[in-house]
Design a protein around this ligand. Structure first.
Ligand code: SF4
Ligand code: SF4
Length: 111
């Protein structure tokens, strides 16, 4: 709808109860340290891929919690698996293992 030059954005509801939790469950089982994340953004600040592309590893973790798997699929391949994010994480989250787990899970889904 368009009123006086303004358009009303469609409501975007994130319903955690109806989300696809398969990726979050897989991460909890195979990379349990992912549960320790406090969302500080240290990994994103140091990320090599993030310096060169729009890749954002903190956002990736949020997308996993929301079950937005399509965007995760589009983003994951940008990670270079350099491991810098794992080195700087103050909570000891094995972010590299987390990414490898996501890649493996999504690859098996597409077979
Ligand atoms: S650095 Fe660690 S705690 Fe901070 S957002 Fe990244 S994974 Fe989470
Ligand atoms: S392993 Fe991936 S997410 Fe972590 S710093 Fe390197 S490019 Fe970024």
């Amino acid at each position: 709808m368009n009123f006086w030059g303004y358009s009303i954005s469609e409501a975007r509801v994130i319903d955690y109860d109806k989300n696809d939790k398969s990726l979050a469950t897989c991460l909890a089982q195979n990379a349990p340290s992912s549960k320790l994340c406090i969302g500080c953004g240290g990994c994103t600040a140091t990320c090599t891929a993030g310096n060169l592309t729009e890749f954002n590893i903190r956002k990736l973790q949020m997308l996993v919690k929301r079950g937005e798997n399509n965007e995760i699929r589009q983003q994951l391949h940008k990670c270079m698996l350099c491991g810098k994010c794992t080195l700087v994480c103050p909570r000891g989250v094995d972010t590299r293992k987390m990414i490898l787990t996501l890649i493996d899970y999504l690859h098996r889904q597409s077979l």
